[in-house]
Design a protein around this ligand. Structure first.
Ligand SMILES: Cc1ncc(COP(=O)(O)O)c(C=O)c1O
Length: 375
């Protein structure tokens, strides 16, 4: 089998993005401008919400949305420990406390029963992450939020276009955030968006992203410069038009991998919640004890064959040095700990060819055979 090089992620840009960039450059308006407002309108329409506010990145979107809700010291926010660090750090930045609920061992998303157990009089919000492109159980989380009058925020950084019970993520809670980082299902290089049906929240995020400016040089709040540029927005508008076809390609690639890997003992393909439309930001298998190589040895083997993989995430957030120093317990979320030891992300992005996908599977089969001492 000839060696190939298969990257874990690759953005796809074409003539349309180049054309959009040229148009913006020629207009002379390269910072915030009408292009950003168009992108916001189109993104809000796509998600099915009234307001979308574009910002510099997904981390800024999280920070500003929590600020818009005035979270602060003394408040607790229940979230998942099995996500990118930004989700929990945004809570710390407010002076509030992230409280970690364990995840469902199949979807790796928040387990609503664990969330319900952790609600206290100090709890103000829940942040649900739609991890790897699969929506969290928003019905159950919504019920908990309503019962306890909590703010429900979706971190949809990895789930543009994903659906839960027939509705797109981004409009399933009180507010949501998206990231347009380079590896995401659609990208603007760096970029982010807040979506909400709450006008007051949208307006406050708009203020805070722009030095608290209510009018020209009229500053009514302590704000930042976390605006999106017109260049980013121009790329984003084109990528948004391509998003559904990108997602379909991801789902097709995932189906092909799952069909081929189902027969490989010790490799568990990703589980799909039947209520969800998974958009496969990542295709994450579990490497079980029955597989002849450990997760990390399989990873090295694939690397030696030119197949790039990743571990999302090698430890739960509470095990990170920063959180250990804050005194977080290490034994409260066994499913997250177990997942962090077993998960391996394989390439699934839309730039993969059929040959790439077959090659990934062949390499895994080879690893399975070599580990058993076979050919
Ligand atoms: C779940 C999650 N939340 C938040 C972020 C932060 O987004 P950004 O990298 O655009 O700041 C990311 C991005 O990687 C993410 O995966």
């Amino acid at each position: 089998m000839p060696q190939r090089r298969v990257p874990i992620a690759r953005p796809i840009f074409g003539e349309e993005e180049l054309e959009a960039l040229r148009r913006v450059l020629e207009s002379g308006v390269v910072a915030h401008g009408p292009e950003v407002e168009e992108f916001e309108r189109e993104f809000a329409e796509y998600v099915g919400v009234e307001h979308a506010v574009a910002v510099a990145n997904g981390t800024a979107a999280l920070d500003l949305v929590l600020k818009a809700y005035r979270l602060g010291p003394g408040d607790e926010v229940i979230t998942t420990p099995f996500t990118f660090i930004a989700t929990a750090n945004a809570v710390l930045f407010q002076g509030a406390r992230p409280v970690f609920a364990d995840v469902d061992p199949r979807t790796y998303n928040l387990d609503p029963e664990r969330v319900a157990e952790l609600v206290t009089p100090r709890t103000r919000a829940i942040i649900a992450v739609h991890l790897f492109g699969q929506p969290a159980d928003m019905r159950a989380l919504r019920e908990i939020a309503e019962d306890h009058r909590l703010i429900l925020i979706e971190d949809a950084a990895q789930a543009h276009g994903a659906e839960f019970m027939g509705r797109r993520v981004g409009g399933l809670g009180d507010a949501a955030i998206f990231s347009f980082y380079a590896t995401k299902n659609m990208t603007t290089g760096e970029g982010g968006m807040v979506t909400t049906n709450d006008r007051a929240v949208a307006e406050r995020v708009r203020l805070l992203r722009d030095h608290g400016q209510a009018g020209k040089y009229l500053h009514v709040e302590l704000g930042y410069n976390l605006r999106m540029t017109s260049l980013q927005a121009a790329i984003g508008r084109v990528q948004l038009r391509k998003l559904d076809s990108f997602n379909e390609a991801r789902r097709r690639n995932a189906r092909r991998l799952t069909e081929a890997l189902s027969g490989v003992k010790g490799i568990t393909p990703p589980y799909e919640d039947p209520r969800a439309k998974h958009v496969y930001h990542q295709y994450v298998v579990r490497v079980e004890d029955e597989f002849p190589l450990s997760r990390d040895d399989l990873r090295s083997f694939l690397q030696s064959r030119g197949v790039e993989t990743a571990v999302h995430y090698p430890m739960p957030i509470f095990a990170q040095p920063l959180y250990r120093r804050l005194g977080y317990p290490q034994d409260s979320c066994p499913n997250a700990v177990e997942a962090s030891r077993r998960v391996l992300s394989l390439p699934v992005h839309p730039a993969l060819s059929g040959e790439d996908l077959d090659y990934i599977v062949e390499c895994i089969r080879e690893a399975a055979a070599s580990g058993r001492g076979g050919a």
